[in-house]
Design a protein around this ligand. Structure first.
Ligand code: A3P
Length: 297
C-alpha cells in the first residue's frame, strides 16, 4: 500500500564483501545464498541498466508466449522474472518469489557480481545469460534510474555521480569489476552466454537466434519474428506489464523506466573534459581486459 511505501527511503551505500551495496540487496543474504536452484533454471545476470528487462522480456516470450497470453497481459515482468536478491520491507522477497514460481523453466534475475551468485546455480549447472552494456551509456542510464527510483541512494548531480561510477561506488559495485568478473568466468563455463546491449540494438533478431541456440529452443521463424517485433523499444514502452509503470518505488514524473533505449546517449551528458578523463581512466582499468565495447553503432 502507499502507507507501506512511505516507510521506504533512499538507501545508503556500504561496503559488503568488497562491493558497494545497499541493505535492500543484502538483507536477505543468508536465504539468497542458500537458494536451491534447479537444473533448468535460467539466470539472467547483468550490471544494472544493461538491458535486464529487455532480455527478461525476450526469454519470457521465448518460453511462455505460446502457453497463455494472460501471463503477458496481467503479470508485470518483475513478477514473471523475480529479482533474486531484492528484499524491500513490506514486499515479498525476490528469493521467496523465485521459490514459488509456478513455471518451468524458472527465469530469475540478478545483478550480483559473479562471486556473489549462490553456489547452487553452479552445482546445478544452470544456464546463465549475462548482458553487458558499454560503460558510458550504462552510467547515464544508471543516473536517470537513481533519480527516479526512490529506494536507490541519492544520485547527487551528474558530475559527482560520474565520479562515483568511476570509483565503483554504485549499487552492485564497480561496472569494470562486474563485466570483467563475468567475462573471466565465462572462459571456463560453457553455461554462460555473454551478450551485449549494443548488439541487441543493432540486430535483435540475430541476438535472439544466438539465445535460441544457447538455450536449445527452436521457435518457428514466425514466432521469432513476432518476439523480435514485440520486444522493440516502442512496443515494450507501451506495454504496461513491461514498462514498470506499476512499480511503486519508481517516480515516472522524474523519468520513465523505458527512457531512450539508444546506443550513444552518453554524448548528450558527458562534457568534453569528462569524456577525456573517463577515457583515460577507462584505459587503465581495462588494460588487461579482452572485452571490447562499442559506444556507438
Ligand atoms: P536507457 O535508460 O538508456 O533508456 P535494465 O532493464 O537493465 O534496468 O536496463 C534499462 C535500460 O534498457 C534503459 O536504458 C531502457 O530504456 C533500456 N531498454 C529496455 N528495453 C529496451 C528495448 N526493448 N530496446 C532498447 N533498450 C531497452
Amino acid at each position: 500500500s502507499d502507507h507501506q511505501m512511505d516507510s521506504l527511503s533512499r538507501a545508503l551505500l556500504f561496503d559488503f564483501h568488497g562491493v558497494s551495496m545497499t541493505h535492500y540487496f543484502t538483507n536477505n543474504w543468508e536465504n539468497v545464498q542458500n537458494f536451491q536452484a534447479r537444473p533448468d533454471d535460467i539466470l539472467i545476470a547483468t550490471y544494472p541498466k544493461a538491458g535486464t528487462t529487455w532480455v527478461s522480456y525476450i526469454l519470457d516470450l521465448l518460453y511462455f508466449s505460446k502457453m497463455s497470453c494472460q501471463r503477458q497481459t496481467t503479470v508485470p515482468i518483475y513478477d514473471r522474472v523475480p529479482f533474486l536478491e531484492i528484499a524491500v520491507p513490506a514486499l515479498v522477497s525476490g528469493k521467496d518469489m523465485a521459490d514459488h514460481l509456478p513455471t518451468s523453466p524458472r527465469l530469475i534475475k540478478t545483478h550480483f557480481p559473479v562471486q556473489f551468485v549462490p553456489k547452487s546455480f553452479w552445482e546445478q549447472n544452470c544456464r546463465i545469460v549475462y548482458v553487458a552494456r558499454n560503460a558510458k551509456d550504462s552510467v547515464v542510464s544508471y543516473y536517470h534510474f537513481d533519480c527516479m527510483n526512490k529506494v536507490q541512494p541519492d544520485p547527487g548531480d551528474w558530475s559527482s555521480f560520474l565520479q562515483r561510477f568511476i570509483q565503483g561506488k554504485m549499487v552492485f559495485g564497480s561496472w569494470y569489476d562486474h563485466v570483467n568478473g563475468w567475462w573471466k568466468k565465462k572462459q571456463t563455463s560453457s553455461r554462460i552466454h555473454y551478450m551485449f546491449y549494443e548488439d541487441m540494438v543493432e540486430n535483435t533478431g540475430q541476438e535472439i537466434d544466438k539465445l535460441c541456440s544457447f538455450l536449445g529452443v527452436s521457435p518457428t521463424p514466425e514466432e521469432k519474428n513476432s518476439i523480435s517485433v514485440r520486444s522493440q523499444f516502442d512496443s515494450m514502452k507501451k506495454d504496461q506489464m513491461a514498462n514498470n509503470s506499476t512499480n511503486a518505488v519508481m517516480d515516472f514524473n522524474v523519468s520513465p523506466f523505458m527512457r531512450k533505449g539508444k546506443v550513444g546517449d552518453w554524448k548528450n551528458h558527458f562534457t568534453v573534459a569528462q569524456n577525456q578523463d573517463f577515457d583515460e581512466d577507462y584505459k587503465k582499468k581495462m588494460k588487461d581486459s579482452q572485452l571490447q565495447f562499442r559506444t556507438e553503432i
